[in-house]
Design a protein around this ligand. Structure first.
Ligand SMILES: [Fe+2]
Length: 295
């Protein structure tokens, strides 16, 4: 665990070979946890972290999911079991998928089966395990809401769509930081040793670029995400530029290749777009489906 500011901590774990960072904001009026990791992270990351910080079940007031992915919502049921009075929140547009892991699997991870792109059985089984048990959401947010954590500490919910329709972030003006989840993704996800592990996985290029522009213009000093190193000062604009360049390059390459077939687009563009392992090319399916107007 890492302390970022007074009463702001980052739980540092791993999802497969990649790092995962879960922010904890410890207000005097209540604690806010941003994302719950995969199902296993409740017992092996979040609760040990809370124990270190002396956070009790009754202290946890807000659990906010940034978006519907297994490494961000999988611990929802486990956390609510530990702290039944905590309010589980997510973006309004993501509610159906977060309420029900089978909906999430069907409409996110298995959405491209008609195009011949889907996960092998073993991987699908692991995704379902990581998604955890169903846990209905208590409250949905659309951006603009303010949450008081202490008498002198208020944070704001931002709507940062693109990776999902309802993706949320938390703006903390006191510390001049945005906790952005996976809202923008640069050109690659790196593993814990710094090697390329995964391609960007945005779904909606247009809103993703608008989110990128919004982040670029925020009056902040730090950008804290769930899988990338903390960006400080000018590194925020650089990360936004890297994010935008990837989207634009993908669009140009798609046009140049002239392919409109989803699987073919992933396999052709994969080697041109990044140095991740070869099986990862098919993970471009999320972005390609967006660029090809299929979702
Ligand atoms: Fe993630």
């Amino acid at each position: 665990m890492r302390q970022l500011f007074d009463d702001v901590f980052l739980l540092e774990g791993q999802v497969g070979t990649r790092p995962i960072y879960l922010p904890v904001l410890r207000g005097k009026e209540g604690v806010l946890l941003l994302d719950t990791g995969c199902a296993e992270h409740v017992d092996n990351l979040i609760l040990p972290g809370f124990a270190t910080l002396d956070i009790q079940p009754q202290d946890l007031r807000f659990v906010i999911n940034t978006h519907p992915d297994s490494d961000h919502v999988g611990g929802n049921a486990g956390i609510k079991r530990w702290s039944p009075r905590a309010l589980l929140c997510c973006g309004d547009a993501d509610r159906k998928m977060i309420d029900d892991p089978s909906e999430l699997f069907r409409y996110r991870y298995d959405a491209y089966r008609p195009y011949g792109v889907f996960y092998p059985d073993e991987t699908a089984k692991n995704i379902r395990r990581d998604l955890g048990e169903a846990q209905p959401v208590d409250l949905t947010l659309r951006g603009g809401e303010r949450i008081r954590l202490s008498a002198d500490w208020e944070v704001e919910v931002l709507h940062l769509p693109g990776h999902s329709k309802g993706h949320l972030g938390i703006l903390d003006p006191r510390n001049r930081v945005l906790f952005g989840g996976d809202a923008i993704q640069g050109s690659v996800y790196l593993d814990v040793t710094g090697k390329p592990a995964l391609c960007p996985t945005y779904l909606y290029p247009e809103s993703y670029l608008q989110t990128c522009q919004l982040i670029e213009h925020l009056d902040i000093d730090y950008y804290v995400s769930c899988h990338w190193p903390i960006k400080k000062g000018h590194a925020i604009a650089e990360f936004c530029a890297e994010t935008r360049a990837f989207v634009e390059r993908t669009e140009l390459l798609l046009k140049a290749e002239g392919t409109t077939e989803l699987r073919d687009a992933c396999l052709k563009l994969g080697p041109l777009l990044g140095a991740w392992p070869e099986p990862i090319h098919l993970e471009l399916v999320y972005a390609m489906a967006g660029h090809l107007g299929l979702q």
